[in-house]
Ligand binder design. Sequence first.
Ligand SMILES: [Zn+2]
Length: 113
Amino acid sequence: MNNGWRFWLGWLLILAVLSNIGLQGLAQGLSAFLLFLVIAPPLVLWGLRWWVRRQIAVGPCPVCGTSLQGWNQTQTRCPNCGERLQVSGGKFQRLTPPGTVDVEAVEVPESPN
Ligand SMILES: [Zn+2]
């Protein structure tokens, strides 16, 4: 990035040479193309960042209040309390309704007959 001015100086030199030998049209076309190359990546990055920001939900865990990040329309698990959460509309919601006690499935040994 520090060599930017050198790059443009070099380009101006090429431009001057090209216009001297009558390739002005080509030079202008290349300039426009170069300008596009310079302008396009930041625009694409900006658009991507905007889209990502829209997709990522940031909010507190409804159970323990830990601040979480997650993709919209996905399921996630709170790293603090382990609660399974649904991300929708930029908010975190419990998958299991409040009051439900998560019971681990315990294998019941079969009683011998
Ligand atoms: Zn939590």
